[in-house]
Design a protein around this ligand. Structure first.
Ligand code: ASP
Ligand code: MG
Length: 415
């Protein structure tokens, strides 16, 4: 017998028929002798609808009241799923976040989980019940309802699995796993059977955002074995087969020499780069340029400072394309303070990254990546690296070509 947390996304919970399918699948796992906790999202489209209602009343909805409204989608889901289970003769009970002590901080609309009181859930499980807990929501110290940010049910599920020391957290979703790259860009993209949580963090941009990034951090920090798998299969498929499907996010690194060096090629299409030319090179330059940008809540990704010439330097950084104009405006407003000559930018750039823990033990990955891009005549504008990732910034026009060429160069189409 194992303790297993199932998480079902909005699509999986999208209609009453689909909820009945979820119930059938959950019942199958329970019948096999496992203790099951289910964490569902709101029915697809529901959270958007609720936020829309709030915005129709108030342009910038009050965050506390917005969470009061947005959290209700999940409350409907858990009740419906509990009924679907009761209707087929299973003993099930549903709870909201506050009823099982999912304590968060008070940053409404993006709250962080601080603790979970597992006593009530444990005693229900001991009594043989299937326990269903709302995803996405919690309660702060003052008893206010909070939500964890869009896509937050993934984080709820992994956090609940961590608190209960579950044997595995199964994230059922509308894709059948994590791929070597977006199959819409590369036909030969392949599903990975296993990936480390560090790689998963780096690949979070792949295809449809498979998991909320914070849930992956949680899985890593608390060592929760987490599997992404499809909810669109036959709910009655053999359990052993289902248990091995999808992609397992693990925290063990393969020592297997056969393991591919690179696990996947990730990309961010919508990037922009900004160069501040002729800034006096003195202590605090980077801080004075990037401080105001970050105060404006703009996230900076890649950064390069050039060698200085005659006491002046050029400073280049990237932001997501949606923040480009705002970042330019911030720099414009700082012109006198910064004393630069000119600001130039390019909002038609993309980032392509090769990711793999194998890089730690293999040399030559960077040179192979650069050779592949050179062979395709693709110019590299910026490079950044981490222990398990190499990223390049290139002209947006060549992004798909670069992804395809790298996928091939690193043999990712081969199992
Ligand atoms: N229902 C919430 C959302 O749409 C949380 C989730 O689905 O994970 O963002
Ligand atoms: Mg989701």
């Amino acid at each position: 017998m194992a303790l297993i947390v199932h998480k079902y996304g909005g699509t999986s919970m999208g209609s009453t028929d689909r909820i009945k399918n979820v119930a059938a699948r959950v019942a199958k796992w329970h019948d096999a002798g496992h203790q099951i906790v289910v964490v569902p999202s709101a029915m697809s489209g529901e959270t958007n609808r609720l936020i829309g209602l709030a915005k129709a009343i108030m342009d910038q909805p009050d965050p506390r009241e917005l969470d009061m409204i947005a959290s209700t989608g999940e409350q409907v889901s858990v009740g419906l799923l509990a009924m679907a289970l009761l209707a087929i003769g299973k003993d099930a009970v549903s709870y909201t976040g506050w009823q099982v002590g999912i304590r968060t901080d008070s940053s409404f609309t993006k709250a962080r989980i601080q603790s979970i009181d597992d006593s009530r859930v444990r005693s229900d499980l001991e009594a043989g019940k299937i326990v269903i807990i709302t995803g996405f929501q919690g309660v702060d110290e003052q008893g206010n309802i909070s939500t964890l940010g869009r896509g937050g049910s993934d984080t709820s599920a992994v956090a609940i699995a961590a608190a209960l020391k579950a044997d595995e957290c199964l994230i059922y979703t509308d894709v059948d796993g994590v791929y070597t790259t977006d199959p819409r860009v590369v036909d030969e993209a392949r599903r990975l059977e296993k990936i480390t949580f560090e790689e998963m963090l780096e690949l979070a941009s792949l295809g449809s955002k498979v998991l909320q990034t914070r849930s992956v951090e949680f899985a890593g920090n608390y060592q929760v074995p987490t599997r992404v798998l499809s909810s669109l299969t036959d709910p009655l498929m053999p359990l052993a087969e289902e248990a091995n499907s999808g992609t397992l996010i693990s925290f063990e690194e393969e020592t297997n020499m056969e393991q591919a060096v690179i696990s996947g090629i990730a990309f961010h299409r919508d990037e922009a780069k900004i160069t501040v030319l002729g800034v006096p090179d003195k202590p605090g330059v980077a801080f004075h340029i990037l401080g105001p940008v970050s105060d404006a809540n703009i996230e900076v990704d890649m950064i390069i400072q050039n060698q200085s010439v005659d006491g002046k330097t050029d400073f280049t950084f990237t932001v997501s394309r949606g923040d480009y104009q705002r970042a330019l405006a911030v720099l414009e407003s700082q012109k006198d303070v910064l004393g630069y000559t000119r600001v130039v930018g390019d909002a038609k750039v993309s980032k392509v990254s090769a990711v793999g823990v194998g890089m730690r033990s293999h040399v030559g990955v960077a040179s192979q990546m650069f050779r592949t891009l050179a062979d395709e005549n693709i110019n590299i504008m910026m490079i950044s690296t981490s222990e398990i990732k190499i990223s390049v910034l290139i002209d947006e026009k060549y992004m798909e070509l670069a992804v395809r060429a790298l996928h091939k160069a690193f043999d990712l189409e081969k199992a």
